[in-house]
Design a protein around this ligand. Sequence first.
Ligand SMILES: Cc1ncc(COP(=O)(O)O)c(C=O)c1O
Length: 398
Amino acid sequence: MAYYESRHQSGRHFLQIPGPSNVPDRVLRAIDNATMDHRGLDFGKMGTEILTNLPKIFQTRNPVLIFPSSGTGAWEAALTNTLSPGDTVLMARTGQFAVLWEDMARKLGLNSIMLDTDWRHGADPKEIAAELEKDKAHKIKAVCVVHCETSTGCITRVEDVRAVMDAAKHPALLIVDAISSLAAMECRHDDWRVDVTISGSQKAMMLPPGISFNAVSDKALEANKTAKLPRSYFDWGAMLEINRTGYFPYTPAISLLYGLNEAIKMLMEEGLENVYARHDRFGEACRRAAAVWGLDNNCLDPRQYSASVTTLRTPEGHSANNLRAVIADKFNMSLGTGLGALGDKAFRIGHLGDLNDLTLVGTLGGVEMGLAVAGVPHKPGGVQAALDYLAGNARAAA
Ligand SMILES: Cc1ncc(COP(=O)(O)O)c(C=O)c1O
């Protein structure tokens, strides 16, 4: 039963929104440890362990900064630590999170060039290339893309964005929001030469909301030296300095750091390749179910399917919010709401973080029953298609 519920519902609540995600028992038990002295010897040891291992999740040899904030704070940290007032950033309106990030950029005093999309694709590298080619004076200081648009279920292929930046020989920074992709899909900070990778705790990192991350490149650290946007709480300088000894410049989110240490261990035990493969299977099983139901996948390009979230559109005239409400009421499961322009036309199935085949099968079972109860036209048999796929592609033995 959820912590705050107006009536008792037996069994565990299915939290299948695309973040915050379910927190595994191991992480919950770690978080449950007594608060310790954040200037004491033990904290320094734990801090060092975390700061040594966290970069492995980002596939970087450089430092990763940890902020006590949700992902939005990490967006702000990335922009204010690398850019100056009046700088131009190139962004793509791939969905609701890209819209919010651009809004922040403008509030911070940056100029933005915003490339439009239909919210059914990721950012188009060709359009990015065209803008960079036009920018002979190198006014564009950063290309900012959302790797996994949690609202639409589409990814932007970061390696393709990197390739067009290289081809254009453009010196802009590459800043990537990997909030709902880190630890679910490949995020190769070093190989893709991303300058800042932004992420958060509450998605595939399997933690509650409350801490966020900036992985940084050498080029981003160079840019930091001359970046003039005002920053204080989110300043990289003081944080990086004291992080060398395992400590933080202000009171860190100690309990969440216990959890982070445990979550990193779990991801390393499973192996990142297996973590990605697991998420891929969940995405594919979900899409197979949706295809049988006859529900429209919001993401139109198979190369851009997200492995963490599937956004499905309900047939014309059938409210996605009503479907979600029916499923919550009858089957004790939360699904993600349609965001921004998608509104009542779509719902989102989160399949990221701590889940296994049976969790996914239960989730899809809830959706199929919900479609029937809510009277949404569909063909039954989606769950069977997912079962067939999952059984036919059973997880390799550990
Ligand atoms: C892709 C993406 N970017 C940014 C955010 C904003 O993060 P937060 O809500 O943690 O501040 C979210 C939240 O869901 C997200 O999915």
